[in-house]
Write a protein that binds this ligand. Structure first.
Ligand code: RET
Length: 293
């Protein structure tokens, strides 16, 4: 069965969970999924880097790995010293990264226009989530930056970016690069996401998209890129090869949690942590898609 169908059924099931479970349970399931599948999908980057650089010399690989580590360090420092700048970059990178993963089956990532579509799709999705959970988002952003972002900003960025991605897909359909049905399907899915985002709490709403529409498809894509097929056998190889980095990430988050005396800033710090690893991760995944085409 195509994974997309599984994701649709799971999304409806998550919607049912959103109405039947009260807040702490939604938060608990979301954090469990983010820590398991969410962190896992970014834990195999070193194998991807090694595969992307197979043709090159070990020196090239070493430079690539060092720049990965430096990017994570610089991003962490940026979150600590200039959180506003870090957050803006983080949202843009994440939006592009979500869009690229979402459209990877239908569009290549070498065309500038397609890359602009990925960015607008991701921005529309992320800002729809923020707008429909504006108070909770404002609270997390405030703890990170000490700034209150007006709710209207979320709405305007959503309106502009969603109009742009719909227009671009219409253009692609006109040029016969994409079927018009796909546009209807994507708009339909956006409406489903809007219902989910409105019904669930911020973290559960984010978790539903991040896990079922981003992390799991990304793991499947990485399995096929690294080991040539998607099967239980290659999933076990994937698990083994990402286990160490996954464990280090989880231990770091747990240490951070105990180190922070104030529980209220755990969520902002978790997002800053995700942010620090997102820059290098999204770059690695882009390289993977580039090579796959
Ligand atoms: C939901 C949410 C935020 C954004 C989170 C994002 C955009 C996460 C992206 C993670 C990625 C791309 C991980 C790696 O693949 C903010 C702005 C922190 C504020 C409050 C709630």
């Amino acid at each position: 069965m195509k994974y997309e169908r599984v994701a649709i059924v799971t999304t409806f099931f998550s919607l049912w969970l959103s109405v039947s479970f009260i807040h702490p349970s939604q938060e608990f399931i979301a954090l469990f999924l983010i820590f398991s599948f969410g962190i896992l999908h970014g834990s195999n980057d070193l194998s991807l880097i090694a595969k992307v650089n197979t043709a090159s010399r070990p020196k090239h690989l070493a430079i690539f790995i060092s720049s990965y580590v430096v990017t994570v360090l610089v991003a962490s420092l940026l979150f600590y010293f200039i959180p506003v700048v870090a957050l803006v970059f983080f949202i843009f990178f994440s939006a592009f990264h979500f869009g690229e993963q979402h459209w990877s089956a239908s569009l290549n990532n070498t065309s500038r226009l397609n890359r602009f579509l990925f960015l607008n799709y991701g921005l529309a999705l992320v800002f729809m989530l923020f707008y429909l959970n504006s108070e909770a988002t404002q609270a997390v952003v405030f703890s990170l930056t000490k700034l209150t972002v007006p709710k209207q900003w979320f709405l305007w960025i959503f309106i502009v970016s969603s109009s742009l991605w719909v227009l671009q897909v219409l253009l692609l359909a006109y040029r016969k690069c994409i079927l018009l049905q796909q546009l209807f399907f994507e708009i339909f899915m956006f409406l489903i996401f809007a219902i989910v985002f409105k019904t669930a709490t911020l973290i559960w709403a984010f978790g539903i998209y991040f896990i079922f529409w981003h992390s799991i498809p990304s793991i499947l894509e990485q399995q096929s890129f690294l080991y040539g097929e998607v099967s239980l056998r290659t999933f076990i190889i994937y698990l083994k090869s990402s286990f160490f980095i996954w464990l280090v990430s989880i231990i770091s988050i747990i240490l951070l949690f105990f180190w922070l005396e104030d529980d209220a800033i755990f969520l902002p710090v978790l997002f800053a942590f995700l942010g620090a690893i997102t820059f290098a991760h999204s770059f690695t995944i882009s390289q993977m898609f580039r090579l796959k085409k």
